[in-house]
Design a protein around this ligand. Structure first.
Ligand SMILES: O=C(O)CCC(=O)C(=O)O
Ligand SMILES: [Fe+2]
Length: 306
């Protein structure tokens, strides 16, 4: 077990994460250069994630970062007196989820995440041992100083196709502990009780036999597992794991792994993307496919008797 005595205080959704080696630890990095599929798959089955240090080309990541920051600057969201690449927000700017900056007019990010010969797509073809497809929707996050994403599993947002679907979380810039990045809950993907309850949820369903069910029209309802990271960690009995991320790193994780964000307590915007990959031969969740994926809109709602 990696010792955490040097870790600074970290917060999620305003809660200070319980510290000490039994509660907080560091992500382990496998030898990513390994093209040993079986080894990586074993590791994924065991840990629920792969921390791939330096998997991406740094220049490509920085080009995507520059492009996004130029978009934010054009929208007037940045401090004009600070260098562009420092991602310093203008006073009072409140940014969080910015998928529109990823969908249109962002060739550098599209290349980085989806080019068939790019490092990420090649990693997934090798890891999944076949032709890979990605979701067309990209979750781009430009998180200004403040609270982070609450704990959840991705399956509740994208579980209508295969469960053999993977998220790639890509920091688009260095992310230190103060800026806060992804945290994952150790071994949570093996918790059967969680999988049989929360893990069966689909945030876009409503009760068709209840005409007044608010879920008919609300978007992305009920996806969070908890806004108290210590409570969920305590009830699942494991540790939160995180890292200081560098340009080029990727964390790949499975749909059942509980994860969330660490609050951004720096004075810069934290930029990252999350994108999804699966075998082309497996069924796909149509909410996230196409030029304008319907996502959690009305078009993606499904009724069920409840
Ligand atoms: O970056 C974050 O704050 C959350 C990331 C996340 O939920 C994901 O990658 O699925
Ligand atoms: Fe997520």
């Amino acid at each position: 077990m990696t010792t955490t005595c040097a870790l600074p205080a970290m917060y999620s959704c305003g809660h200070k994460l319980d510290d000490g080696d039994s509660f907080l630890g560091l992500l382990e990095s496998p030898c990513h250069a390994s093209s040993d599929r079986e080894l990586l798959q074993r590791q994924m089955a065991q840990d629920g994630y792969l921390f791939l240090r330096g998997c991406l080309d740094k220049e490509e990541v920085l080009t995507a970062r520059r492009h996004i920051l130029a978009q934010l600057a054009a929208e007037g969201q940045l401090d004009p007196s600070a260098p562009l690449m420092s991602a310093k927000p203008k006073l009072g700017a409140k940014l969080f989820f910015q998928p529109e900056l990823a969908q249109k007019n962002n060739p550098p990010l599209q290349l980085l995440l989806y080019h068939p010969q790019g490092n990420l797509m090649r990693f997934f073809s090798s890891f999944l041992d076949g032709e890979v497809r990605h979701f067309d929707f990209t979750w781009l996050r430009c998180i200004s100083p403040g609270p982070a994403t609450p704990s959840h599993c991705d399956i509740v947002y994208m579980g209508r196709g295969t469960r053999k679907l993977y998220t790639a979380w890509v920091p688009l810039g260095d992310v230190d502990f103060k800026m806060g990045g992804l945290m994952v809950l150790e071994n949570s993907h093996k918790n059967e009780r969680l999988q049989n309850t929360y893990g069966q949820r689909d945030v876009d369903t409503y009760c068709s036999n209840r005409p007044d069910d608010p879920a008919r029209t609300a978007s992305g309802l009920n996806g969070w597992l908890s806004e108290d990271p210590n409570h969920i960690r305590h009830s699942l009995g494991s540790r939160w794991l995180t890292a200081e991320y560098r340009v080029g790193d990727v964390v790949v994780f499975c749909m059942d792994l509980v994860h969330g964000g660490i609050d951004n307590r720096s004075d810069r915007i934290r930029i990252s993307s999350d994108s999804r990959y699966q075998l082309a031969s497996e069924p796909v969740d149509e909410r996230w496919i196409g030029e304008n994926p319907p996502g959690h809109s009305l078009a993606g709602k499904r009724g069920r008797v409840c």
